[in-house]
Design a protein around this ligand. Structure first.
Ligand SMILES: Cc1cc2nc3c(=O)[nH]c(=O)nc-3n(C[C@H](O)[C@H](O)[C@H](O)COP(=O)(O)OP(=O)(O)OC[C@H]3O[C@@H](n4cnc5c(N)ncnc54)[C@H](O)[C@@H]3O)c2cc1C
Length: 392
């Protein structure tokens, strides 16, 4: 990839809404992404390999569990700081941000929110430091948008339970040390279990052939009579609200993250439009190019304000899952549209690894589907405003 010359667009001086601490956190993560992620990410994406060496840096930047209290190894930060971190990481690459989101929001958060004190102490500090990596198992081969019908289950066997079933599309699974797995007990109640690598009957085959999130490792979780100690069951939650609570945290991060990818595409397209000469002048001087850029910055500005406001509501513990759905859906939609328009502005160069556009565009095709698909989030908004459920 060409040198990273990224400059964040801020058309409405949204920076003034941030505290000095939030800006410092954002700038620190941005500098790390420019130094450590941008120079290598294209090569890793081309090779379809997760750059494992970034784990240490992500941990050092405090990107694993930024809102988890400091006593458990987290950052003890507010939600806008967390959002800004995700924005900066995804500006680099959605796959790298996925790793951070899974670790912080889908593994550390449920252990913190639903776990026993012993589970918190055992797992959280090691997850925060990146010594252990985790993954989150909810989706099954036959149950994606409808996880309540999951068939992965566990049966009581004295001091342990016996877990059977399979999860699919699990980010980080091929190298994760632990998995937070959602499964049904004998009464059909969904509970969370912490499954550790090395438990007999637990395997994590990698999924190959992805055209999207190529720099993120994805795989299955297969449970064949896995004996899980009862002390590994998360004691303080039951039912679908367990996984959905984690997903709200992660979707919030995605709302900021996808905006990061959108801003990177816009920034690259703007610069290219000023430097690329055709018909004797910069292509940015043509009205059709300006229309694309003007629409991009308009959508980016609206999204910046939306995620910032959502962050305020999150900090005040007032954000609803439906508000988070709206922001996730909006950010990913505008990011995909902006990536497609930016690709056109870059002409043929837009399909190469010299620029980040095509990688962002392909990555966003996963982001638009995972953590609730585009249409499912629309239905959540629809249900919220009408009071009528269109899912079933
Ligand atoms: C790269 C990647 C990483 C992922 N990482 C994880 C992870 O770490 N952990 C995890 O648990 N999962 C993960 N997922 C899974 C992801 O969350 C699911 O793919 C997603 O929830 C959609 O499920 P599905 O793929 O089975 O699609 P389906 O649920 O089969 O949906 C297919 C289509 O039908 C539509 N649809 C479904 N129901 C309705 C309805 N009621 N009304 C209208 N339309 C409907 C959907 O919107 C979609 O367009 C990942 C997925 C990908 C691609």
């Amino acid at each position: 990839m060409a040198t990273d010359r990224y400059q964040q667009p801020d058309y409405y001086q949204v920076d003034e809404l941030l505290t000095d601490e939030q800006k410092l956190i954002r700038d620190t993560v941005r500098a790390w992404v420019k130094k450590e992620v941008s120079p290598i990410i294209e090569e890793y994406a081309q090779r379809a390999e997760f750059p494992k060496q970034l784990i240490k840096g992500l941990a050092e930047q405090g990107c694993f569990g930024p809102t988890i209290p400091v006593e458990y190894g987290g950052g003890g930060l507010d939600h806008i700081s967390y959002g800004l971190m995700m924005q900066e990481i995804e500006r680099g690459d959605s796959g790298v941000r996925s790793t951070a989101s899974v670790q912080g929001s889908l593994v550390m958060y449920p252990i913190y929110a639903y776990g026993s004190e012993a589970q918190r102490k055992k797992y959280l500090p090691k997850l925060a430091s990146g010594e252990w990596m985790g993954c989150f198992g909810l989706t099954e081969p036959d149950h994606g948008s409808n996880p309540s019908d999951m068939i992965t289950n566990f049966k009581d066997a004295g001091d342990h339970v016996v877990l059977n079933g399979a999860k699919m599309w699990i980010s980080n699974s091929p190298f994760a040390d632990i998995a937070v797995v959602w499964a049904k007990d004998e009464a059909g109640v969904i509970k969370g279990l912490i499954v550790e690598r090395g438990m007999k009957g637990f395997t994590t085959p990698e999924t190959h052939g992805k055209w999207s999130l190529r720099a993120s490792a994805t795989g299955e979780l297969v449970f064949d009579n896995v004996q899980v100690p009862k002390e590994n069951i998360l004691p303080n939650v039951k039912g679908l609200k367990g996984p959905l609570g984690c997903l709200s945290k992660a979707r919030y991060g995605i709302a900021w993250g996808a905006l990061g990818a959108a801003m990177d595409c816009y920034d690259s397209a703007l610069r290219y439009s000023q430097e690329r000469i055709q018909f004797g002048r910069p292509i940015g001087g043509f009205q059709l190019t300006q229309k694309k850029l003007a629409e991009m910055i308009t959508e980016i500005t609206k999204a910046q304000l939306l995620v910032w406001r959502l962050g305020v509501l999150m900090n005040e513990d007032r954000a609803t899952p439906a508000q988070i759905s709206m922001a996730k859906r909006n950010s990913v939609e505008i990011a995909l549209n902006i990536a497609r328009e930016a690709r056109q502005i870059h002409g043929g160069m837009g399909i190469t690894g010299e620029y980040p556009i095509m990688r962002h565009m392909m990555n966003l095709e996963s982001v638009v589907t995972y953590e609730g698909t585009h249409d499912i989030h629309l239905l959540i908004t629809g249900m919220d405003v009408t009071g009528l459920n269109a899912f079933k």
